[in-house]
Design a protein around this ligand. Sequence first.
Ligand code: CA
Length: 230
Amino acid sequence: MASVLVVEDDQFVRSALIRHLTDASHTVRSVGTALEALREVAHFRFDVVILDLGLPDLDGAEALKMLRGITDVPVIIATARDDETEIVRLLNDGADDYLTKPFSVEHLSARMAAVLRRAGAGGGGEAAVSSVLRVGGLAIDPLRRQASLDGATLDLTRREFDLLAFLAGRPGVVVPRKELLAEVWQQSYGDDQTIDVHLSWLRRKLGETAAKPRYLHTLRGVGVKLEPPR
Ligand code: CA
């Protein structure tokens, strides 16, 4: 159960969201403008904010920037536009995840669970560096540089391990390719093939393929995410 702020100006979408979230036993507050949202996060503590990008008063990117100015609360962007450049920009600007409308309740719940899990995992404090990351049957120990799948040790190259560990630290979150290049390869630019090649090797070791992904999901033009199989 989480405390959720829904920022959505469309009355119909808004009441549907509130109903679904309340049914899932979350506590919900809702507003219809970005300025009201800023006031809400300044006064109440939320576990997650669902932010519509098409608000009447402020541009979505602007609203996100202002939210980030006052709070670290996880933000899931809800957008009708499936403009990839815009989505990548917002992920880089501090959004934790996004949903493209229309989305299903299951989809929303999955994204929320992932974001909350991540926020919870990070909330434990600095000791988190020594902890083993677990995503489904995957266990990744960043300190010992060991990884296993369903109890069987994975024989990974250094880069494959880094890639897996980085993604496992953000389960369910789409990581933009640019961020992977910067964080795993320490390159500010590079060619997408570098990532694709390592991903395909990693996939093979996890016993999956791009056509039938289990853990590793590639969103064309957007990025990559790791999440437990459904
Ligand atoms: Ca709207």
